[in-house]
Ligand binder design. Structure first.
Ligand SMILES: [Ca+2]
Ligand SMILES: [Ca+2]
Length: 416
């Protein structure tokens, strides 16, 4: 085979050039800097790659992986929004004209938080604890490192919590701070509704406190004192039978948070005993403290009476009588209605309207107390810890007194 010398020289030169080229090409150099702007619930990072270069060629391709599933190609100056609720990794890859590439990774610090009372619980999510360090500076002089999950108890005050995430291998890092106002524990908010049903002459009340909440913790217990000696704990919704409701009661509701702070409300439950003599009625609403509760009787005929005891003389007709029992201080009230149907019954003696009227029918109309809803935002009273107050029902008190008397008697007689 004959080869012309010129062809051989060209071929050799090409081989040499290729070899020089392979041996000499440098991958591109990445120079990145970032700037943050903060906008309340999100932040914008502007990433500047314009200082990046290729020493022996030119940059042909740029890919930015923002770490949240989105990418951007061929921008040297790029902005991206972050909520900073988790730690992320930005990966920048740059290719040169020879198809060589360089990659740089940059962590982004972010975290979620929640408070239980004055204690913060933080979670940096995302990145792997084997490759990254997480350093939490609490803003009160203390700091701890290395975990994605951390918690810290504050004194009430204002704190700047700083998280720094460091990539161990490269040393690349990013920090992010959030400001917190830490306040003393807030009492829970009592939200309740009350509904009535009258079944076979019994008054059944349903109390629902399940919408109650605690802004800085959780509700640990719900308690109900029905006011008739019955007491219930650990139910947010419950039903109770007040029977014929022959007197008024005080229904007390409690919600207690995990730190023992509580909110309470006491609602009057209106009830009465009824005595009928012809068209004359006598009522007794029971013995709630007279200085704290008012009783208003709306006879349904345009007339009103006040006080625990009341009496009224009706003329013939149908009347919806309503008793309202009101807490003078709180304004909370309970009501109960009763329908009187009073007919003039001629007895044949011709005396007509001057005859006593007979009550033909006096029945509970089942209206009862309409469903009420209330919210309680807490007052100075509610800031006290439950531990400072002994809650004891009247029945329990008498039971304890009974036991004490029995013990004293036993001691007294055994010593004789
Ligand atoms: Ca190059
Ligand atoms: Ca609380």
């Amino acid at each position: 085979m004959h080869m012309r010398p010129g062809t051989f020289v060209l071929f050799t030169l090409m081989l040499m050039l290729t070899a020089i080229n392979i041996g000499a090409n440098s991958p591109p150099t990445i120079r990145a800097s970032g700037e943050w702007e903060y906008f309340g619930d999100y932040s914008v990072l502007t990433l500047d790659l314009r200082e990046s270069y290729d020493s022996d060629g030119y940059i042909s391709d740029i890919v930015i992986d923002w770490g949240d599933g989105t990418y951007l190609e061929n921008e040297q100056l790029a902005s991206h929004e972050y909520t900073l609720m988790e730690s992320l990794l930005i990966t920048v890859t740059i290719w040169d004209d020879d198809g060589y590439s360089s990659t740089q990774i940059m962590p982004i610090a972010g975290y979620t938080w929640r408070f239980e009372g004055t204690e913060i619980f933080v979670d940096a999510n995302g990145l792997n604890e084997n490759d990254f360090d997480f350093i939490w500076s609490w803003g009160d002089g203390s700091a701890e490192s290395y975990g994605k999950l951390a918690n810290h108890n504050f004194e009430p005050g204002h704190y700047r919590v700083f998280l720094e995430v460091i990539h161990r291998e490269s040393g690349n890092k990013n920090g992010h701070h959030k400001n917190f106002n830490v306040e003393a524990n807030k009492p829970p908010n009592l939200v309740y509704s009350i509904s009535w049903e009258n079944i076979m002459g019994d008054s059944i009340i349903t109390v629902d406190m399940s919408n109650s909440y605690d802004v800085d913790g959780y509700i640990a217990t719900h308690e109900i004192d029905w006011g008739d000696g019955e007491y219930l704990t650990d139910y947010s919704k419950a039903e109770h039978n007040y029977g014929g409701l022959y007197k008024s009661y005080l229904l007390s509701l409690f919600v207690v948070d995990e730190e023992g702070y509580y909110s309470t409300e006491t609602i009057p439950i209106a009830g009465f005993k009824l005595v009928e003599r012809g068209n004359y009625v006598e009522l007794d609403a029971g013995n709630l403290p007279a200085d704290r509760y008012s009783y208003t009787w709306d006879w349904g005929d345009g007339k009103f009476s006040e006080g625990r005891f009341a009496s009224h003389t009706y003329s013939s007709g149908t009347y919806l009588m309503k008793l309202v029992v009101k807490d003078i201080n709180s304004g909370l009230e309970g009501s109960r209605t009763h329908q009187f149907i009073i007919n003039e019954e001629p007895n044949g003696d011709g005396a007509g309207a001057n005859e006593p009227l007979d009550i033909l029918d006096a029945q509970d109309d089942g209206v009862g107390d309409p469903t009420r809803e209330g919210t309680f935002e807490g007052d100075s009273n509610a800031n006290r810890n439950l531990e400072n107050q002994t809650w004891i029902s009247e029945t329990a008190l008498w039971a304890i007194i009974g036991i004490l008397v029995t013990i004293l008697c036993a001691v007294f007689f055994s010593n004789r």
